[in-house]
Write a protein that binds this ligand. Structure first.
Ligand SMILES: *Cc1c(COP(=O)(O)O)cnc(C)c1O
Length: 374
């Protein structure tokens, strides 16, 4: 397969299909360059950078149509840091976790290791399957990933049990936020990072907090029952975010790229537009898998198939690693499966920055490879 030459005319105009870091649009980079001497390299405590943080927070409020009382909070450390923030500042005693892959497992591990919390309730599903929450009285938080990026399983964002039970819903929306529709009233912390659907660099975490989540964080901070390092304090992050700042120095370039992407999405038609676009682009790939005998959607339940991270199993007699290496040598990159999943698979991100034409071209390229090796 390695010697195969792929015709240039077939290849996508942009070959970046990674699930995070993900493709950054050229227009975002141009906007960054335009601010090269006025924003980059200037103080994050002064108006120009604070204005960019404000654009991100307001832009997200518009994109998600946030109800009164919901706030956008941000800080350094990526979604991985938010797991520890949630373990320290949002879970009171015990949480329930739905685990169906690497990312949902990691949050459950953090909570299990936290000395001030009880052993979490963990509901597990095989990779590629979707676990269901079970309402319980003895938990004060439910946690799951809206999109499990390691397997391409997508979950509904819906409160289990009775609302008003003082149980928080903590949604890891790292790879779903901005690409998939959701109802903000169904979550209390909807957290994510900029390097997936928001087409920016990594390093920040962002969270949409409900009034109940803010109250919980304030109560836990006031009780002072355990040590909360300031870099992991949600109430400190909240105070800073309200001033369009972060506790410590953020990557200014990431904020600029993100503000540009959010405003681009809002101009295109907001979250409804982004959701329709990712349905279309992922739909092209799932339809292709139906057509090709050698390709099977990894997620068997169509309702649980991700519209932003498409995982496709490749028939045993074809070496998917050789396929992804061949495409990589032609500039089509990051369609390898999640490392630890260890499957003969392709994983293709269809975030809003990826246009349908590029997905069509990718499919034509993959068809060419499969036909050639016959
Ligand atoms: C990428 C990802 C993370 C980790 O994000 P970082 O910003 O690298 O910490 C967590 N959860 C999910 C679902 C992800 O896709």
């Amino acid at each position: 397969m390695r010697e195969l030459e792929l015709p240039r005319s077939l290849l996508p105009a942009d070959g970046r299909f990674g699930s995070g870091p993900s493709r950054v649009r050229a227009e975002q980079v141009q906007a960054l360059a335009a601010g090269a001497t006025t924003i980059l390299g200037t103080s994050h405590r002064q108006a120009p950078v604070k204005h960019v943080v404000g654009r991100v927070r307001e832009g997200l409020g518009d994109l998600f149509s946030l109800p009164e009382g919901y706030e956008v909070v941000l800080g350094n450390g990526g979604s991985t840091a938010f797991w520890d923030i949630a373990a320290l500042c949002l879970v009171q005693r015990r949480s329930e976790h739905l685990v169906c892959g690497e990312f949902s497992q990691k949050f459950a591990n953090e909570v299990a290791a936290a000395p001030h919390l009880q052993e979490p309730e963990v509901i597990r599903a095989e990779p590629g399957q979707l676990p269901e929450p079970v309402p319980r009285d003895d938990v004060d938080a439910y946690a799951w990933a809206q999109n499990e990026t390691s397997t391409g399983v997508m979950a509904p964002v819906r409160r289990p049990g009775d609302a008003g039970n003082d149980q928080l819903v903590l949604i890891d929306a790292t790879s779903a936020a901005g690409g998939v529709m959701f109802d903000p009233t169904q979550a209390d912390a909807y957290y994510f990072a900029p390097q997936k659907a928001f087409a920016s660099d990594g390093g920040l975490w962002l969270a949409v907090l409900s009034p109940a989540a803010i109250q919980r964080a304030e109560r836990i901070a006031t009780e002072g029952s355990h040590w909360i390092p300031s870099i992991l304090s949600l109430t400190t992050a909240l105070e800073n975010s309200r001033k369009d700042q972060t506790l410590n120095t953020p990557a200014v370039a990431t904020l600029v790229l993100m503000a540009e992407q959010i405003e681009w999405m809002n101009r295109q038609g907001g979250l409804a537009w982004a959701d329709a676009r990712t349905r279309e682009t992922s739909g092209l790939l799932y339809a292709w898998a139906d057509r090709r005998e050698e390709i099977t959607a990894f997620v068997t339940d169509p309702a649980a198939r991700s519209q932003v991270v498409v995982t496709l199993d490749v028939a045993e007699h074809i070496d998917a690693t050789a396929m992804t290496a061949l495409l990589r040598s032609h500039g089509v990159v990051d369609i390898e499966p999640y490392r630890k999943l260890g499957r003969n698979q392709l994983r293709i991100a269809t975030f809003p920055a990826v246009p349908p034409q590029d997905v069509q071209a990718l499919i034509a390229t993959l068809d060419h490879v499969l036909d050639a090796i016959g």
